[in-house]
Design a binder for this molecule. Structure first.
Ligand code: UT7
Length: 313
């Protein structure tokens, strides 16, 4: 038994920071950034908070959902790595604006850029019978923590949010692999800013993801060729291309859509899902692999197996 996606929406703030803007701030170039990351610009929130963006994505996601279904949402997980206030948690702030029942289990989850995958693993355990629903809202404002004098981080990071609503499904199956390696130095926030050894995380991702993707496909008895989409954390286009090459899989099945958004951390995979819905691609997928990796070090892979059915309703 598994889960199906029934609604999704994103919110991207209006502000933007282009490669040319960054050329004026740090020693870098549009050419270097495009070659090494594929990025052209990043979405930047100005006055909006993590909670504001979460509400905008959540409201849009629930817009066309019937009141009956809304009433049955039993858990809300808010993923974020960039919430300034900490207490109270963001999930509490958004329950009422989203019109959710107050008897909901609502809390924040932070597992770096793997947060969305771990949120999926968590709700999958809550969705146990027909009519069970869970909402994941992912929101990050990394610009609050970005050192715009550090070219190793500021060229990558952007702000945004996405919400996804899931239901228990008897047709689909769910498989997951999680890893946590204690290595806090590689990506952390000490003081005001995020510090990252980008090359180290790059190596970690490209060396571990292909093998684990093969492993999860074996576990779920799905051939790599039968996976329709591999939705990887949009951290760096070269990481995604490298994994696709190692798995000898068509680049088209490994979408990169962050060129004008940036690496948003926890919302990056659900934002990608909404972009693929707009392109009418996610609706036609019967087997989907999702993979997140980042601070911790953390890593999580999920296989949504449709058993001949679509995993998005
Ligand atoms: O989201 C969760 C976790 N984060 C990630 O997954 C990030 C993964 N890492 C990356 O995306 C990449 O490592 C970066 C984009 C951060 C850096 O790209 P890279 O290809 O790994 O560059 P590098 O750090 O290995 O540096 C290569 C060269 C160095 O110069 P030398 O020593 O070869 O002369 C750097 O000083 O590029 C230089 N460099 C830059 N040059 C121009 C590093 N950053 C820049 C820059 N502009 N922004």
């Amino acid at each position: 038994m598994g889960i199906s996606l029934i609604s999704a929406a994103r919110y991207l703030p209006k502000g933007s920071l282009t490669n040319f803007d960054l050329e004026k701030m740090v020693e870098t170039s549009d050419e270097w950034i495009q070659q090494r990351t594929g990025l052209i610009s990043r979405t930047i929130a100005e006055d909006e908070t993590v909670a504001d963006m979460a509400i905008k994505a959540g409201v849009k996601c629930l817009e066309n959902v019937t009141p009956e279904i809304k009433n049955k949402i039993k858990v809300l997980i808010l993923t974020t790595v960039s919430y300034l206030q900490v207490v109270p948690h963001v999930a509490a702030k958004i329950v009422e604006p989203l019109g959710l029942n107050k008897d909901i289990l609502a809390y924040d989850l932070n597992a770096g850029c793997t947060s969305f995958i771990y949120a999926l693993n968590t709700i999958e355990r809550f969705l146990i019978k027909p009519g069970d629903y869970a909402l994941i809202v992912s929101s990050d404002k990394l610009s609050d923590y970005t050192d715009y004098t550090d070219r190793g981080t500021c060229i990558l990071l952007g702000d945004g949010a996405a919400a996804t609503l899931w239901e228990y499904s008897q047709e689909t199956d769910y498989f997951s692999i999680s890893q946590t390696i204690t290595n806090p130095e590689v990506l952390c926030r000490e003081g005001k800013y995020v510090q990252m050894n980008g090359a180290e995380i790059f190596k970690f991702a490209v060396s571990t993801l292909p093998g684990l993707i093969e492993e999860i496909c074996t576990k779920g008895n799905v051939a790599i060729e039968d996976v329709d989409l591999f939705l990887l954390h949009q951290a760096n286009a070269r990481i995604i291309e490298s994994v696709a090459r190692k798995l000898k899989t068509d680049d088209e099945k490994f979408p990169v859509r962050y060129q004008n958004i940036g690496n948003t951390s926890s919302p990056s995979i659900p934002i990608l899902m909404t972009q693929l819905i707009d392109e009418n691609k996610l609706q036609n997928a019967k087997n989907i692999v999702l993979a997140g990796f980042g601070a911790g070090l953390s890593l999580g892979i999920v296989l949504l197996k449709g058993n001949g059915q679509y995993v998005v309703k």
